[in-house]
Design a protein around this ligand. Structure first.
Ligand code: PMP
Length: 288
């Protein structure tokens, strides 16, 4: 079956979908994105993802490409036309195409909107969760507005490559004071020595993860104490467990940091409990 992509008003075959060579997403990374999990043909936490998309666009003064119902309609069509039952939806909005110029004020541009979906067999993620992730720590060399979900992902690309070269799955990015900001594409958590869930408070240094938000809801529902404080690699070694959250992995146990075991060196019971309960607390909605 041919893959179908939505780009700027039409549904096209994957190999024939293009954006302009002077698109500002291409030239300046002047674009934002979202990734939404699809589970059993339903979108997971779509309102929170679309709220964050709206916020990212607002922070960069990029026009909203369309209304929310129109966007949900396109997402639904893309999921349906690609026959995705379990997988991911990717959406990207750039400021648009224009002759190359740093300045954008006063220039009329139509935002570029792209939407794709691909299936991810649930077994692959489950196998990863059962094994647990290995992490490497690296300096956080990103910009000062990591709370905006921009496509300026080169530092994350390089961090993931370094993780792969070290035989790891993900990188934890460490700030100048030695505190973990977040993962290259996930939020970072520990279950500290006192048994509390610990993750960094929101700030411009990290992405406000939708999965992080819902995991906080799950923690409250099952009565886990949470502290919103940063932690160091040393804190992680003293902790009982660690895990990562993201829409593409929900809650993923972490078993190793820089080659040394965290906790028992096996996926921990709290991370497993959060992972199991996650979809009972996330919002699910049919693709329309
Ligand atoms: N932090 C970063 C840097 C990310 O790229 C992501 C998303 N892949 C996350 C955290 C997790 O966010 P979400 O739970 O909304 O997927």
């Amino acid at each position: 079956m041919a893959r179908v992509v939505y780009v700027n008003g039409s549904y096209r075959r994957h190999g024939e979908a293009h954006v302009h060579v002077e698109d500002r997403g291409f030239q300046f990374a002047d674009a934002v994105y979202e990734v939404i999990e699809v589970l059993g043909r339903q979108l997971v936490d779509a309102p929170r993802h679309l709220d964050r998309l709206q916020r990212s666009l607002g922070e960069l003064r990029i026009r909203e490409p369309m209304s929310r119902p129109a966007m949900l309609h396109i997402i639904g069509e893309i999921v349906r036309r690609n026959r995705v039952t379990d997988g991911l939806v990717y959406m990207q909005v750039s400021r648009g195409a224009a002759p190359r110029d740093f300045l954008f004020t006063g220039k009329h541009m139509t935002p570029t909107f792209v939407c794709l979906a691909r299936p991810v067999p649930p077994g692959i993620r489950q196998a990863k969760a059962q094994r647990g992730l290995r992490i490497v720590s690296l300096p956080d060399i990103r910009w000062g507005r990591c709370d905006i979900k921009t496509v300026m992902l080169l530092p994350a690309v390089l961090a993931k490559e370094q993780a792969l070269a070290a035989g790891a799955d993900e990188a934890w990015l460490v700030d100048a004071d030695g505190f973990v900001t977040e993962g290259a594409s996930s939020n970072a958590w520990i279950v500290n020595a006192g048994g509390q869930l610990q993750t960094r408070a929101l700030s411009p240094a990290l992405l406000p993860g939708v999965t992080r938000h819902t995991t906080l809801d799950v923690a409250a529902a099952i009565g886990l104490e949470v502290v919103l404080q940063p932690f160091t690699a040393k804190d992680a070694y003293l902790s009982r467990e660690a895990f990562a959250t993201s829409a593409s992995g929900t809650v993923m146990p972490i078993v190793e940091l820089d080659g040394k075991a965290i906790g028992s060196g096996k996926p921990g019971p709290i991370a497993e409990a959060l992972r199991k309960a996650f979809h009972n607390h996330a919002q699910h909605q049919d693709c329309r």
